[in-house]
Design a protein around this ligand. Sequence first.
Ligand SMILES: Nc1ncnc2c1ncn2[C@@H]1O[C@H](COP(=O)(O)O)[C@@H](OP(=O)(O)O)[C@H]1O
Ligand SMILES: [Mg+2]
Ligand SMILES: [Mg+2]
Ligand SMILES: [Mg+2]
Length: 313
Amino acid sequence: MATSTVSPIIMRIMAASIKTSVKAASIIRDVLKTGDLGIVDKSNKNDTQIDPQTLADRSAQRCIIASLTKKFPSVKIIGEEGDSDLNVPSDWLVEDLDEAFLEQSCPSEWKDVKPEDFVIWVDPLDGTAEYTQGFVEHVTVLIGIAVKDAAVGGVIHQPFYKHPSGELGRTIWGLKGLGTGGFVPILPPTGQFIITTTRSHSNALHQQALNSFNATQTIKVGGAGFKVLQLLEGKAHAYVFATPGCKKWDTCAPEAVLEAQGGTLTDIDGNHYAYNASVEHINRKGVLATVGQDHAELVSKIPLEVRQAVGNK
Ligand SMILES: Nc1ncnc2c1ncn2[C@@H]1O[C@H](COP(=O)(O)O)[C@@H](OP(=O)(O)O)[C@H]1O
Ligand SMILES: [Mg+2]
Ligand SMILES: [Mg+2]
Ligand SMILES: [Mg+2]
């Protein structure tokens, strides 16, 4: 179709990411079906918990990076699982662009972005611990698009989301200046304050930060993508993660989608992370994400000594 060749590159990267996330999700489901997850522990000696990587993480990353590299050879792509073998089976190479996405007009601020100003942050499988433990609904595929320092676009795909028809998989996208798609946004209920947070990476300092909010309910789920979806669908008011550990590929797509929908995702001091290619991968000062709230007021609820201690070990 003519639109594919004339659309600005950011629209084509989004349209390719939407299609590629669907293929990555089918690879993730197929690996689970075999029952042989091929788990490797990526943790360092000083880590207190294992940091699992499975065949599904590795294969989904190969599919995503091989497909996007072929289409956008001069765009920098950084994936959680490091250097990948891009010599992939031909059916893992996704050539299609999402034509429905391309029919929308590109926000003027992104029309002339040069290929070298993009970084694509890929988390091929967010919520790996939950994937290995059978909490598969927490799993997402995250493809985040940064322009210079800012997270501006993203795709969050849920491989195990079950439609009423029984079909599996749902793709949610967001682009700042354009909006979001693939889900129905709902604001969280008034008169309550519900926090969504980690179920596998807590510690004493993080717990102290959680306590400072006096939440009416705290939901513990896996993955940065799934927690942000809970904000977008009105199930929580804030995502609190007051510890280092999650990385730029965890937050780039969720931040872009959430902010395209009017929410905010920052570190626990209220500062946005930078997503250019030279930044350190770790989000040292944790994550605070909110929707429909006074974000700065929520930052100020976390005691200063807790905020100063996070990431300063
Ligand atoms: N201490 C830590 N060490 C390694 N990864 C961490 C971590 N804390 C958080 N993460 C990563 O951040 C993401 C969200 O974590 P959580 O579910 O605990 O909120 C997960 O991404 P992956 O599953 O893609 O590795 C998880 O591995
Ligand atoms: Mg991981
Ligand atoms: Mg992740
Ligand atoms: Mg991951």
